[in-house]
Design a protein around this ligand. Sequence first.
Ligand code: ADP
Ligand code: MG
Length: 681
Amino acid sequence: MPSLFKIPVTNLKGVGPAKAGSFRKLGVNTVGELLRFYPRNYEDWSTPMMIADALSHKNCCVKAKFSRAFQPSVIRSNLVIYKIEVTDGENELVVTFFNQSFMYEKLRRGGEFLFYGTVRDNGYTLEMTSPSVLETSDMYIHPIYPQTANLNTKQIEKAALQAVSMMPETTNDPVPEPIREKYGLCGLGYAIKNIHFPENFQALAKAKQRLVFDELLVLQLGMERLKSDRQEVTSHKIKKDFTKEFLELLPFKLTKAQKNAIKDCIGDMKNNSYPMNRLVQGDVGSGKTAVAAAVCYTAVKNGSQCAFMAPTEILAEQHYRNLSALFKDTDIRVGLLTGSMKAAPKRAIHEAIRNGTVDIVIGTHALISDDVEFSSLGLAVTDEQHRFGVEQRSKLIAKGENPHILVMSATPIPRTLALMIFGDLDLSVLNEMPPGRQKIDTFMIDSSKRNRAYNFLKKQIDNGQQCYIVCPLVEQNEETDLISAEEYDKALDKTVLKGYRKAILHGKMKGSEKERIMREFSDGNIDIIIATTVIEVGVDVPNSTVMMIENAERFGLSQLHQLRGRVGRGKHKSYCILISDNQKPNTIERLKVMCDTNDGFKIADEDLKLRGPGDFFGSRQHGLPELKVANLSDVETVENARLAAQEIIQTDPLLSLKEHRGLNFEIQCLFASVGSTERLQ
Ligand code: ADP
Ligand code: MG
């Protein structure tokens, strides 16, 4: 309907310059845009209920005739209560209005009307307070639009009704017929009519399905386009797969999911002339590191250098330790580069990176600083990718010549959101845990039971296990952070935990100091780590079995899940204790999700539902265009849209065919609105 996008809303009856101004605030300038401005909700006036049946529903519609009017009661000069009794032939209903004399007068004239509201039984009469009232001719599903101060939903509805009637009989459907057929989609014209004025709820569902599909399809196509833009020739194509050799080094057997992910990666690097661009997603503890190590191994054996970037020093150091141990009897040389390293070793590692005497260099953001030069970077791995901006990722990539890219990410990103944000990446999912993992039992308690929790920790430690306590934060500030951890430590000496080996881990600490403590903990020389959230990501000490979190309410679900993921990594039964005195229903509901499930994907989806995608990454921009109708937890549609996008791209990569012109146009609109080409360079 491109032509309707050229007709200003002022062409509609009842829309003058003032209203047009209000429409503009809603992002609506033209009739076409109005058609694409969807209701946020609906009221069902289409199937009125009997008054008695309405009792068991919240908001609903009843059809009733005037039977008598009561005397208005004047409560104050500015408050008059009007009551009218109506009947559906079986029961009477008293409808009450405040100050609406015109409504009183209108109903008093007699006749039948529709009343929309909630019926209550007050003991002697059935009542509905301040209902919306319409004529019986208005018996349909009414759209409720987002409104502004000067434009209410009724006025928008009026305009939308005209807009819908202006739609041509046969619209040019941007989604080609075969795809519509395959995925059971209704036509665009039908969808738009029914999203505004649904014939019934089935039609509304159909309309929504179609519009959601369109939105996701266009997004996916946009992502595919960006991806194809990047498929340049790589000089790091690998010739031989060394995974078999690698497996000999591993102290355990890979899970099937890990094997598949490795196979996906090697396939990418071996079979294509363009570089690998893959996301490996797996819940905490699913064994992403081993996947990365395997891929690095084969890359190095084929003559490439690898960079492995982690978001924190602790994590980089841990990876360094693990990979050094894993590769100690091979000719692979592993190096470490972090910001807090002393000048001399830093210079040495810079030198080694430059002349190629180190094969795998693990590090933090220090890896992307300007003075780091690789001899021949062939594979860039980023761990916990959602913590890095795209800019940082591309900086790392720029250190090589079209290197392969492997991105690893834990669950905090729901599957559907990941598909969209990382839609320009191929995806492997680790949907399986290494064998022998047990469910982590999670409890929610208030601080009155804290001492019992300490007793529990004591028992575990006496059994040879280790514990984490995430201590409360007074303020979000690294200085007070330390103080509160130290005070907490002191307070513990007045409990049953006195005399155990404790250590503090906090954000302000030097990298080497954190490293020392983590190593001590890992070696079993520390019983309890008292930490701020620096332990959040990736730390791996299989002997630890309890994670106790103070003020659990201040964390998001995904964050809690990450924290909990520090335990339950070995063969011992593990526990998570959430302490909170916050009684807000929302908080309790959130924390209960943690007690109910260990499934990180579920938790992420709940988190998304409770907080919305906008908040998902905190203040971080994820660069997604705003979705109007698509629900991100609708996995099936996301996947269908993805498949459809791939089909379309395969037959017509540039979307230059006539039947794809509409889609092409929409992709351009989409990306013009977010400037996301910058995001995805
Ligand atoms: P994440 O996916 O959270 O990064 P890690 O790579 O840190 O997980 O692995 C978690 C733990 O599981 C580590 O101790 C690792 O050695 C171990 N692990 C990984 N894969 C396996 C496997 N297939 N069998 C047994 N243990 C494994
Ligand atoms: Mg990890």
